[in-house]
Design a protein around this ligand. Structure first.
Ligand code: FES
Ligand SMILES: [Fe+2]
Length: 363
């Protein structure tokens, strides 16, 4: 699927951000489609988050439209009832419960303010593969971190990755917000680093006017040196670090004004929808009032991306097979290399998933 080969969609044996913790509770069952599978989320009486297949094994009724009974969920059609492990524990019309009457239960791990879900073979669900939250700054005491916004974006997940792998769009798409109405980001060359399952870009913009949106938060108005790094931890988290300094003098870096860490959680939904979890952390102006103003400002930026990508998906869907080849620019180097690593990771995963033998149900 564009921008990859037609049969390349998403890696399954991976952890993805499924939801913010605050969105999963007992008052309302939450349904999310992830990698084209319907999933229902809730919490047990003890408060543990649960992720079950979101359709009843009987006639496929959506379990998100059903009812919690203690830690169990009762289908709202004919009453089949499942426990938090996905086993059917009650069928109103009969005593015996067929062994095949169960639904999938997913491994779910709550870290910081979000829930990570394992979409592949449960045997391979190794929690140590989840990015280290202290290392990426989310639980670093030097920062104040907070949830900003969740959006379901009507585009394939690859388009959001593409967006984050090419920050030259800040100068144009976000010119009215974080772009500062200048081409400073777009015209500054970036450096590229990569590994087997990650790719990072860094650009240092020297001695340019501090974007208006940051001046009050930083308590500084004037020119800055700004280092922007964005590291894509495949398959679903982009971690950014924005560092603001007074302009350097000779070889001496200028005084540090503040650091802003930015997190984009990208999870495939259906083929043409994507779950976008956005969070930030900062080591300056660590008070609630600033968080509120900041979240509002950042929410507006995310909205600009959302509108752009929804429109782009409509264009791609409309063109279908008639889509001409894309034209690449010099600035696409990082994105192109990251795409290559990502596509390889997905292809390897899809090949591994295909090679697992299917065991027939015997009862
Ligand atoms: S569809 Fe769920 S009990 Fe029949
Ligand atoms: Fe953007």
């Amino acid at each position: 699927m564009y921008p990859f080969q037609d049969d390349v969609y998403a890696a399954r044996n991976q952890w993805y951000i499924a939801a913010f913790s605050r969105d999963v509770g007992r008052e309302k069952l939450l349904e999310r489609w992830i990698l084209e599978e319907p999933i229902v989320f809730y919490r047990t009486v003890a408060g543990n988050a649960v992720a079950l297949e979101g359709r009843c094994a009987h006639r496929h009724f959506p379990l998100s439209k059903s009812n919690l009974q203690g830690d169990n969920i009762q289908c709202n059609y004919h009453g089949f009832t499942y426990n938090a492990a996905g086993a059917c524990v009650h069928i109103p019309a009969q005593e015996k419960i067929p062994a095949a009457c169960r639904i999938k239960a997913y491994s779910l791990v709550e870290r910081w303010n979000w829930l990570w879900i394992w979409m592949g073979d449960p045997v391979l669900a190794d929690e140590s593969l989840i990015p280290d939250h202290k290392e990426i700054g989310l639980t670093d005491p030097a920062y104040i971190s907070n949830v900003v916004v969740y959006n379901e974006v009507a585009c394939r997940h690859q388009l959001l990755h593409d967006n984050l792998l090419d920050l030259t769009h800040i100068s144009v798409l976000h010119s009215a917000t974080i772009g500062n109405g200048s081409d400073s980001v777009a015209s500054t060359p970036e450096t590229h680093e990569e590994g087997d399952n990650w790719a990072a870009s860094t650009r240092i913009i020297r001695n340019y006017p501090c974007p208006e949106v940051f001046t009050s938060f930083l308590g500084y108005r004037g020119n800055i040196d700004r280092t922007i790094t964005l590291k894509f931890l495949m398959p679903g988290l982009h971690c950014g670090m924005d560092e603001f300094r007074r302009p350097s003098v000779g070889d001496q870096p200028g005084e540090l004004l503040g650091r802003l860490a930015i997190y984009h959680g990208v999870t495939p939904g259906r083929r043409h929808t994507t779950h976008y979890h956005f969070a930030i952390a900062r080591d300056f102006a660590k008070n609630e009032a600033t968080t509120e103003v900041f979240n509002h400002a950042m929410g507006a930026v995310i909205e600009e991306d959302k509108v752009c990508l929804t429109t782009l998906e409509e264009m791609l869907t409309g063109l279908g097979d008639r889509r001409p080849r894309e034209v690449l620019a010099m600035s696409d180097s990082h994105q192109t290399r990251a795409r290559r690593i990502f596509e390889k990771l997905i292809k390897n995963d899809q090949a591994a998933v295909r090679s697992v033998p299917i065991v027939p149900v015997t009862n």
